[in-house]
Design a protein around this ligand. Structure first.
Ligand code: FES
Length: 175
């Protein structure tokens, strides 16, 4: 569920510059258009499918395909788990924190105890998060180019984009 708040809210997840966008950043769109849409997707720099979304006064950017199996995160609901805002993948309901890209899951304390007691745990960073910058109402992202492998990278290859995604869309039932 997208929950918009006013533009006066200060997005804490994005940085601001009064003059010019950071070097190597990529223009995504006007902030007001992103707020209106709630979320936008874009192929950035010809190599990365990115989802940019606006939620409760904050802009976030992450790889668009879910780290688990390539699910379309742009269609996921946003919910809070254990005090952390997450996007819930529409395919198998994996929960990914908006700010860090961590995968969250509920662990069972003791499988033999009744009733079962669970608590939230992190699997670590699974989804690549990108930096958002706003300059005079224009929104830019800077790709997170850290050399550390992150699981969502698997769904950012040219092969995935041209072969597997096409196969998926061809196999969907036509209306
Ligand atoms: S593809 Fe996202 S939860 Fe499986």
């Amino acid at each position: 569920m997208i929950n918009m708040s006013s533009e006066e809210d200060t997005p804490s997840s994005c940085s601001f510059s009064s003059s010019s966008p950071p070097p190597a950043s990529h223009f995504i769109g006007k902030k007001e258009d992103i707020i209106k849409a709630g979320r936008v997707t874009k192929l950035v720099n010809g190599c990365r499918d990115v989802l940019v979304l606006y939620h409760q006064g904050k802009l976030h950017a992450m790889d668009m395909h879910c780290y688990h199996s390539g699910g379309a995160l742009q269609h996921g609901d946003i919910e809070e788990f254990n005090g952390r805002m997450c996007i819930v993948c529409p395919w198998h309901k994996y929960k990914i924190t908006l700010a860090e890209g961590e995968g969250l899951y509920q662990a069972v304390e003791n499988p033999t105890a009744k009733p079962l007691r669970t608590h939230w745990r992190s699997k670590g960073v699974k989804q690549r998060i990108h930096e958002v910058t706003e300059v005079n109402g224009d929104v830019y992202i800077t790709l997170n180019n850290s050399s550390e492998t992150i699981e969502s990278d698997v769904y950012q290859t040219e092969r995935y984009r041209t072969v597997l995604l096409k196969a998926q869309s061809n196999s969907k039932p036509r209306k």
